[in-house]
Design a protein around this ligand. Structure first.
Ligand code: NAD
Length: 357
């Protein structure tokens, strides 16, 4: 195995705009099979850095670095706020998951994870399957989410946490977490969105659903008596709650003026296109549940899974997402700032306490 440092198009890594105190950034080039990867360890104050591995055909290594730095920092905040004793890290492999990904490539990645001696723990992310993680696990124990270590698909736990978060949001805005008779627009009916819709339906909510994949819409209409709407209009409909469960950046200058719901609470990552969009929501009196707080059920299930498959602790921690959000909302009202700013502050405070201890 040969590793060497590759060059990137920024003048130096240290002055990269996304560099924010990262502890380690490892550039991997495995000559045996051409693996090119970046492993970014942002912060290990709370414990080893846990974060997924993304396989993506980046046009330029610089874009891969930007992603690795930004996503690893995000994991520090997510893990800290979720109450996990884990730091934040992320890996990106520069490859097309459909064409270039082979067991040998993933095994090579596993060997490089092993070289970090447990500072970084890897797991699935975009472009990576459980099968790929099995290949990684042949080379290192510092991996989660394999059939031997995990509870399987994290989506049901993500959905459970999102449902708790929607109830906490309803309590804050309407004075009651009861969703019976409330109308919720669920945008995106994939692994998480469909399960969120099921829980909402069981709680008595009326559903308006949307997805670019028509069979997913028909399934929800059939199973939950949901009304269907064009995905581009999901945020505009008359609803109490808008639950974005598709892709990111859906909350922006174009969509926010048209949102009629009083709550935005859903699973999608990176929902706000810019920080200004969070302020715009607050100005309109719309409560926003910070994405990395409400969708932490998945990482909790990956972090705390035990080989025996007992999920008691995972469920407990996931259910506490509701309490975390209630605390965020109360403090954001007191301090007259956005919930996402408070979420960041709470994560930073936990890190500062741990650093002092
Ligand atoms: P998924 O791929 O299973 O589902 C996404 C769904 O969104 C698909 O059905 C797709 O057709 C639909 N979609 C895509 N673009 C759309 C659009 N413009 N309008 C409407 N629908 C659209 O993904 P998932 O695992 O359900 O994850 C959903 C979101 O939640 C993602 O943003 C993901 O990053 C985030 N998330 C997921 C987990 C998890 O455990 N799976 C954990 C944390 C965050």
């Amino acid at each position: 195995m040969n590793a060497l440092h590759t060059s990137i198009h920024h003048s130096t890594v240290f002055d990269h705009p996304e560099m924010s105190g990262h502890e380690d950034v490892v550039f991997v080039h495995d000559r045996t099979n051409g693996l090119r990867a970046i492993i970014a360890v942002h912060d290990t104050t709370l414990g080893p850095a846990l974060g997924g591995c993304r396989v993506w055909p980046y046009d330029h290594p610089g874009d891969a670095l930007t992603d690795a730095l930004r996503l690893s920092r995000g994991m520090t905040y997510k893990n800290a706020l979720a109450g996990l004793d884990l730091g934040g890290g992320k890996a990106v492999i520069i490859a097309d998951p459909r064409k270039d990904k082979t067991p040998a490539l993933m095994e090579a990645f596993g060997r490089h994870v092993e070289r970090l001696s447990g500072t970084y723990i890897t797991a699935e992310d975009v472009g990576v399957t459980t099968g790929d993680m099995e290949a990684v696990a042949r080379q290192t124990d510092h991996v989660r989410g394999t059939s031997a270590t995990g509870l399987g698909d994290p989506s049901p736990y993500t959905a459970l946490g999102v449902f708790e978060g929607i109830k906490a949001s309803a309590r804050h805005v309407f004075g009651s977490p009861d969703l019976d008779g409330r109308t919720v627009s669920v945008q995106g009916l994939g692994h998480v969105g469909h399960d969120v819709a099921r829980r909402l339906h069981e709680a008595g909510a009326r559903l308006i659903v949307s997805d670019i994949h028509v069979p997913a819409v028909l399934r929800a209409v059939d199973a939950f008596g949901a009304a269907a709407v064009d995905p581009a209009e999901a945020h505009m409909v008359e609803a109490d709650i808008f639950a974005p469960c598709a892709l990111g950046a859906g909350l922006n200058a174009r969509t926010i003026p048209h949102i009629r719901a009083r709550i935005v609470a859903g699973a999608a990552n990176n929902q706000l296109q810019t920080p200004a969009d969070g302020h715009a929501l607050r100005k309109r009196g719309i409560l926003y549940a910070p994405d990395y707080a409400i969708n932490a059920g998945g990482v909790i299930s990956i972090a705390l899974a035990t080989p025996g498959g007992d999920d008691t602790e995972v469920r407990q921690k996931t259910l506490s997402i509701g309490e975390t959000l209630s605390a965020i909302f109360a403090r954001s009202a007191r301090e007259e700032t956005t919930p996402e700013r408070i979420a960041d502050a709470m994560a930073e405070e936990r890190l500062a306490r741990a650093a002092r201890a």
